[in-house]
Structures are given as structure tokens and as C-alpha cells.
Design a protein. Structure first.
Length: 79
């Protein structure tokens, strides 16, 4: 498992959650955390649902997604 963010809290491992980014040391996908927040749940709600997480883990998920969105994306028509 290798960490892929500046905080060292977000990791990738092809053998864990099909290689999706997860909070290091867990099988909790960054996407899952973001879906809770996007649905209107607060950080405290996420922490209650996933006691293995810390506030810093949730914030690392937000920072990770923000950095991804800072990339330039190009859509190409293939068919």
C-alpha cells in the first residue's frame, strides 16, 4: 500500500477496494466519505458512522478530491 497525498492519509493498493483511494489503514474509500459529505452529512456524522476515522482523515479526503479537481481534463470523442 502506498500513500498518494501530502498528508500520508490517503492510500492506494490494488488488493484493497479494487485499487480505489482509501483512508490509510482502512477499507474506507475516499469516495464513500465524500458521498456522505455530499449528501449533507457533517464531519461528525461521518465520524459517528466510521469510528476508525479521525477528523484529519475526513479533511484529507476533501483535500485529496480538491487536488484531483485541480487537474486539467480533456474529453475526446471516440465513437
Amino acid at each position: 500500500m502506498m500513500t498518494i497525498d501530502d498528508t500520508g492519509r490517503i492510500a492506494l493498493d490494488p488488493a484493497v477496494c479494487n485499487g480505489r483511494p482509501v483512508v490509510r489503514g482502512t477499507r474506507i474509500a475516499v469516495q464513500t466519505v465524500l458521498e456522505f459529505l455530499g449528501a449533507g452529512d457533517g464531519i461528525e456524522d461521518v465520524l459517528e458512522e466510521y469510528p476508525a476515522l479521525t477528523r484529519e482523515d475526513v479533511l484529507a479526503c476533501l483535500q485529496f478530491s480538491s487536488r484531483l479537481m485541480g487537474n486539467h481534463f480533456t474529453l475526446l470523442k471516440v465513437a
